[in-house]
Design a protein around this ligand. Structure first.
Ligand SMILES: [Zn+2]
Length: 424
């Protein structure tokens, strides 16, 4: 072997540790990475092992790589529970003019999830009780991504236009019945795009949430012009969610900042104190630095970071969950807090405590991230840009002990070819 080839071989070997046991105990070991597992207060170098049943089997300092079928050398990388994107739109279909309900504008999840470290998405109300089973058949049952959902309080779902204003199609009992029938998939209820100045959809969604076992509602405040303070301080139960936290402004939808002073409004922290969850839901036009900068300067970072991923946001200032996380990194949010906001916190919010953490027995979903240093920009829908020095990139995504994405082939062995490897 030429000396040059030997050096290349040694370099590549530092990224891949070959398994050697004939019948290894574990499916995957992620070795030598900096583990951030907010639920268990882990923030240090650790190995993570996932068993053949697809569950977390061990998190400890030195797990023997010979005991696994596949090994990821995560040296220099950050290892987290699989990312949960708590606000997406995945009811893809072929009905024209239906906005995000069985339409061209929604995205099948697998094309947009594993490559950015996401193992679970929570669709935010694309389907209602009348259309949920079609969504289940077309997307949930066929996706490799774990797809959970908030059910729209409008029976037809998120069609856009007049059907979303139809109070007669907002039935708490029938919505709750569907949620009780599919308890494993439906995590709560959604209100969105309502433009009349009354509380009917919010009252019905909260009623449905109570009937279905006290599950949460998530509210896009639409264009009703109602009071955000009244919503979050009086209407919401602890655990209910406000999405598009850093959006709004103007008469149709109030913002978290005061329109006169530009400062964070005082009740926002109080609402958090009483258990209200503040979700990003970035979307195509629901995140502005005009709100996010004063809010985060005042120490108000989100509880949950999510994308509101759909055809209109995916190539905009939003892009993907890592880009939204990068915005908060640039705004000064600490890495463990960012990881918490896409793992353990959303898992708790949707009452799925087997997700978003690395406790032994939890789902074997793990994301391996690189924090790249350099000079990077992020912008909002107004075209306002700020610069930062770090950003997240996804190296490897594991769901249920299976590697679904591996950017640099870290889990793959060197090729065995006659004549050795190519010269570089
Ligand atoms: Zn949305």
């Amino acid at each position: 072997m030429q000396r040059k080839h030997l050096i290349i071989l040694m370099l590549l070997s530092s990224q891949v540790i070959q398994a050697q046991s004939a019948d290894p105990e574990y499916a995957v070991i992620i070795k030598g990475g900096h583990v951030i597992d907010p639920k268990n207060n882990i923030n240090e170098l650790m190995d993570v092992a996932i068993n053949k049943a697809g569950k977390i089997a061990a998190v400890s300092k030195n797990i023997d790589p010979k005991t696994a079928s596949r090994v990821v050398n995560a040296k220099g990388l950050v290892v987290t529970p699989g990312i949960i994107d708590m606000h997406t739109h995945n009811f893809a279909g072929t009905e024209p003019d239906n906005y995000l309900r069985n339409s061209y504008y929604a995205n099948q999840p697998d094309g947009f999830t594993f490559r950015v470290g996401v193992t679970t998405v929570v669709d935010a109300g694309s389907a209602g009780w009348r259309t949920f089973e079609k969504f289940k058949d077309q997307t949930i049952d066929r996706a490799r991504t774990r797809v959970l959902t908030f059910l729209n309080i409008v029976g037809e779902g998120m069609t856009g236009g007049l059907p979303e204003q139809n109070n007669a199609d907002m039935d708490a009992r029938l919505s709750a019945d569907m949620a009780l029938k599919y308890k494993d998939l439906i995590v709560g209820f959604k209100v969105a795009h309502y433009n009349k100045p009354d509380w009917v959809p919010i009252d019905r969604a909260i009623e449905a949430g109570k009937i279905a076992g006290n599950i949460p509602v998530i509210v896009d405040f639409g264009g009703s012009g109602l009071s955000l303070e009244e919503l979050t301080m009086k209407k919401f139960r602890p655990g209910d969610i406000y999405t598009h936290t850093y959006g709004g402004g103007g008469k149709e939808r109030e913002a978290i900042t005061d329109p006169l002073t530009g400062k964070l409004r005082p009740f926002v922290f109080e609402a958090r104190q009483r258990g209200v969850i503040w979700d990003v839901g970035h979307g195509a036009a629901s995140f502005s630095f005009s709100h996010a900068i004063p809010a985060t300067k005042a120490g108000f970072f989100p509880d949950v970071i999510s994308t509101d991923h759909h055809g209109g946001s995916m190539n905009s200032a939003m892009k993907d969950i890592l880009n939204v996380m990068n915005k908060f990194l640039t705004l000064g949010m600490k890495v463990p807090a960012i990881i918490n906001s896409v793992t353990w916190k959303p898992a708790q919010v949707i009452h799925r405590e087997q997700l978003g953490n690395l406790s032994v027995g939890s789902e074997g979903d793990v994301t391996v991230l690189r924090i790249r240093k350099g000079k990077f920009g992020v912008f909002d829908q107004m075209g306002q840009r700020i610069e930062g020095k770090q950003r997240f990139e996804c190296e490897v995504t594991v769901k249920g002990g299976r590697v679904f994405y591996d950017l640099n082939g870290l889990t793959n062995p060197l090729p065995k070819v006659v004549g050795g490897l190519p010269s570089l």
